[in-house]
Design a protein around this ligand. Structure first.
Ligand SMILES: [Zn+2]
Length: 489
């Protein structure tokens, strides 16, 4: 209560103390800034000790690419904390780690944004809570034959380090042998160990790869993804990028290969059976509709079909021929054109003709009703997970994710963006239900999956319709238990 009172007092202070923000000026600034939204990171609530970043998104109609924006403390506008430009691609300007709050007092911290060329200025800030006093996680590293493993101290990853290292060793051996068996290399191309970063929070679907693989590892991981499969998926991406450097790499093959070689998407599953189920369920998407914009398609369907296509081509041509085909694609104006022209050159058919054969092949498979239920509900479950992310934790949704460069964070000893995410009761309730969904999948209890999805949908629907959360006591707080997940290594 005392803290709350203190914050209220401090919040009011800047209004009293900053004579620079005169009435008229302030109104003008606010009006001009309606087309800009600012998100601060790490996500709220903010605490003393956070190293703040800000992402400014322009939602107006004018061209914004290349326009300069500066940032300063509202009460010290001449001391610029950062200058950057808007990207024409996503219309965003990001200030990474522009303000270290460690020497600041709790209260409202106001910042001033300026676009000098457009004569636009506005202020927006954050409420800083006191230092929680228990945030002492630090980056640590552990080496094994395959991998350099980065993790945060005090996390589940540190507790399970030995098992994790064993899993990574096994999975990397398998991934390398899968490429080697196609005659791509005899000696491992990994002159340096694979760099793996384990983070305790969920970003996107629980993993992403650049030149290193970043994976979520937490006992309460609500994405429900098998850690070994995820690790191998991202390893395949890293190896693929390392050895397949000559021609283009269409996303349908990039992801298809990673899912096929790691044994499934999220969980083990036969790719051809799953695609046959999609066809039977009338959920199959014609390849021409998504091949050129793979990541915009319904996520699970796109990945399942991509894996099935690679599995089909492996059966049809043999593994060596498929890898040779994928590694030597010609340049072209689109992924469809690239794949079609390579097919024509080598096999005298285009992609549409190949798809007809692929579909005919799928139609000969009798999809198991269990696989059908699993496929249908997998799509529903991850649509629900993304609906939750969009509504309540957009920094975790892959389209709006906050995934700052992790290497820079390690070098600068910055942990907050990936280390801590404070959960409100509502997050705990919904994430607990998502874990319930994944546990039911594992038990092949599809009624249980549907029931948990219905309950999540009801909660999210109420928030969507009313724009406000119901009391968490009304939707099951305090929660009784969260089912245990078997997503450990
Ligand atoms: Zn992938």
């Amino acid at each position: 209560m005392l803290t709350r009172a203190l914050i209220l007092i401090l919040t009011a202070l800047p209004l009293v103390l900053s004579p620079g923000s005169a009435g008229l000026d302030q109104t003008l600034q606010t009006n001009q800034a309606v087309d800009f939204t600012v998100s601060f990171f790490p996500v709220a609530p903010y605490h003393i000790g956070d190293i703040l970043s800000a992402r400014v998104t322009y939602t107006g109609l004018a061209e914004i690419g290349g326009v300069e924006i500066t940032l300063a403390l509202a009460d010290q506008p001449d001391q610029v904390l950062g200058t950057t430009t808007f990207s024409s691609y996503n219309r965003q300007a990001t200030f990474y780690w522009f303000f270290d709050t460690r020497e600041t007092e709790p209260g409202f911290l106001d910042f001033r944004y300026s676009l000098p060329a457009r004569d636009i200025t506005w202020t927006q800030g954050v409420h800083l809570l006191p230092d929680p006093g228990d945030r002492d996680a630090a980056w640590s590293v552990s080496h094994s034959q395959c991998c350099t493993l980065h993790y945060l101290t005090g996390t589940d990853a540190e507790a399970d380090l030995l098992e994790i290292k064993e899993t990574l060793e096994e999975r990397s051996t398998i991934a390398l042998s899968q490429f080697a068996s196609a005659g791509v290399f005899e000696v491992s191309p990994l002159t340096d160990p694979l760099s793996i970063v384990l983070i305790p929070v969920v970003v996107g679907h629980g993993g992403f790869a650049t030149d290193e693989a970043v994976l979520t590892y937490a006992h309460d991981n609500w994405t429900g993804i098998d850690f070994g499969i995820l690790a191998q998926h991202e390893m395949v991406h890293v190896i693929d990028r390392l050895v397949n450097t000559v021609g283009p790499r269409p996303a349908i093959f990039v992801e298809g290969l990673a899912v096929y070689l790691s044994g499934g998407h999220y969980r083990e599953g036969d790719p051809l059976q799953r695609a046959a189920a999609l066809l039977a369920l009338e959920m199959y998407i014609p390849i021409s509709q998504f091949v050129n914009d793979f990541y915009a398609a319904q996520h699970e369907i796109g990945y399942m079909q991509a894996a099935a296509l690679v599995a089909y081509l492996d059966r049809l041509w043999g593994w060596e021929t498929f890898i040779d085909f994928y590694f030597n694609l010609p340049e072209g104006p689109s992924d469809e054109a690239i794949i079609s022209s390579a097919l024509e050159q080598r096999f005298g058919i285009n992609l549409a003709e190949l798809e007809l054969d692929f579909i005919a092949n799928l139609q000969t498979l009798e999809p198991d009703p269990v696989v059908e239920a699993d496929v249908r509900l997998t799509v529903e479950a991850y649509d629900m997970l993304r609906r939750y992310q969009t509504l309540l934790i957009p920094s975790a949704h892959f389209r709006t994710a906050w995934w700052p460069p992790v290497r820079t964070m390690r070098e600068g000893g910055i942990v907050g963006d990936y280390g801590y995410r404070e959960k409100a009761p509502l997050n705990v309730i919904v994430e607990g239900m998502l874990i319930e969904v994944h546990a039911a999948f594992e038990a092949e209890d599809y009624e249980g999956v549907e029931s948990a999805l219905d309950r999540i949908s009801t909660i999210l629907g109420q928030i969507e319709n009313k724009g406000a959360n119901r009391s968490h006591y009304a939707i099951g707080w305090p929660i009784k238990r969260i089912p245990s997940m078997h997503n450990r290594p």
